[in-house]
Design a binder for this molecule. Structure first.
Ligand SMILES: [Zn+2]
Length: 480
């Protein structure tokens, strides 16, 4: 492998360096733009992002969400209306204060999230129970001036996401909405992108600014650090009160709506996908979102060139017809070996190679990106075979990813501190008090992320941090 193409560092030896190198060398994105925390998405990154968007947008629209687009700027007067909300975000908003040489009468912020952009309009639009639920989503970029260290896709100042905001008749309807959001997340992120996650209910002190309940989707990166890749919130009537969003119910009584908002971290999901599935040779894309699912590489000498290329084109046509995203790499200036390495680096899940011997035996040579041994299969029935193998790659990727999702138990503080050194999630009996979580953060940098949503895990015994009576089982991890 040429020096330039290969990665200089192993994922297991230095994940941080491997991650930056693979992003740049596989041409997913470029981090050399002149403003810190802002990325340039290159075609491979952007094609994947568009596919991830599409997967979520389809699921949202099946469930009657409709697309909308609200302005990127929010006037200060809107933004300041909800007190907790402004407190949660004021340290990290970008303000626009001037237009040309003139100071603006009212400054505007770039949306750090869009509640205060959307809900004044919800207040104008919503009149009757017949209009509910109102379910709108937008696929956009958000802006937050991160003060911590930035890391491409994980922590930046401009990041891509989807936000879906609903207005509902009641608290129960809002709770149902939150569950629907969870169902969508599992379908896209785990079933399609092969990324497992924990569904965490955030503790009181760590809820979204202005929310009644916050649920977070958290996965684990290979460095043992947790990454929140999405959240959904039941906002109750809080924002409805502030923005006066009321409707007339069936009995002509005026009521406040209950609201939910759902944030899907598209960029972070791409970051997780690259980190979790990639290996020492580069990216590995789950077939569902691989911009190229299959690459065909011709192997020939001068006298067999015509015959081999003809066969490759025939196979290309057959696979394209079945809807696979397939590419024939017939570049003359590179050797097959160079091409093998390049497509491995770029994460193409399935490779086909065809040479004179393959043609003679009516077969193709193939290699799966997740296993990498070269085998052969008959040309007959190739379409079906490829489909089976792509499905196999998906289930292998998910299986491997689940094995990496390390969850350990700790009963006391010294045990907890010891296990935190190895990374991953640690389950502890916990008193559910904020001061206790603060102590942990000050001492170790790790955070109490919350309790598991699906199971109500009651704790026996005492809190692993303070030793007082434990209330629940909580999950602790270092987090991005
Ligand atoms: Zn405690």
């Amino acid at each position: 492998m040429s020096e330039e193409l290969g990665l200089s560092v192993k994922k297991t030896e230095n994940f941080g360096k491997w991650y930056l190198e693979v992003l740049q060398k596989a041409e997913v994105l470029d981090t050399r733009y002149g403003i810190k925390g802002f990325l340039v998405y290159m075609p491979l990154g952007m094609l994947t992002i568009k596919d991830i968007y599409k997967l979520f947008e389809n699921e949202l629209e099946i469930r009657k969400h409709k697309p909308a687009l609200f302005p990127v700027v929010i006037p200060q007067s809107y933004f300041k209306k909800e007190a907790e909300h402004i407190k949660g975000f004021e340290k990290e908003v970008f303000w626009i204060t001037h237009a040309g040489k003139n100071k603006l009468q009212e400054k505007m912020c770039l949306r750090p999230t869009s509640e205060t952009a959307m809900y004044p309009m919800y207040s104008i639009w919503i009149r009757s129970h017949l209009q509910l639920p109102l379910k709108l989503y937008q696929s956009t970029a958000m802006y937050r001036y991160e003060t911590k260290m930035t890391k491409p896709l994980m922590r930046g100042r401009e990041f891509l996401w989807i936000e879906a905001h609903t207005a509902q008749k009641s608290w129960d309807d809002a709770e149902k909405q939150v569950k629907e959001d969870m169902e969508i997340f599992k379908k896209v992120v785990t079933d399609n992108l092969c990324i497992p996650f924990l569904l965490i209910k955030r503790p009181e002190w760590d809820k979204f600014a202005g929310a009644e309940e916050t649920y977070a989707f958290e996965t684990l990166l290979p460095d043992g650090i947790s990454l929140q890749i999405g959240t959904t919130h039941n906002l109750g009537e809080k924002f409805a009160n502030v923005f006066n969003i009321q409707y007339m119910d069936e009995n002509r009584k005026k009521k406040y709506v209950n609201q939910t908002c759902y944030g899907i971290g598209i960029g972070r999901i791409l970051g997780a996908l690259i980190s979790i599935h990639g290996d020492d040779n580069g990216l590995i894309f789950p077939p569902v979102v691989a911009p190229t699912q299959i690459v065909i590489i011709p192997i020939y000498k001068k006298d067999t060139k015509e015959k081999v290329l003809k066969k490759c084109k025939e196979v290309l046509g057959r696979l394209k017809e079945k809807g696979f995203r397939v590419h024939l790499d017939d570049r003359e200036k590179h050797t097959p070996g160079f091409k093998f390495n390049e497509w491995e680096l770029k994460g193409v899940p399935f490779r086909i190679a065809i040479g004179p011997i393959d043609i003679e035996k009516k077969q193709v040579s193939y290699s799966k990106r997740d296993e990498k041994n070269e085998l052969t299969t008959p040309e007959d029935g190739l379409e079906k075979f490829v489909k089976t193998k792509l499905d196999e790659i998906s289930s292998n990727l998910l299986k491997k990813a689940k094995n990496l999702m390390k969850i350990q138990d700790a009963e006391n503080y010294s045990d907890l501190k010891e296990k935190l050194k190895k990374g991953g999630f640690i389950r502890i009996p916990f008193c559910m008090k904020e001061k206790c979580a603060e102590k942990l953060k000050d001492n170790t940098g790790a955070e109490v992320r919350g309790t598991l949503f699906e199971k109500n895990e009651k704790a026996k015994g005492n809190c692993a941090i303070c030793g007082e009576k434990a209330e629940k089982i909580a999950y602790v991890a270092k987090a991005y």
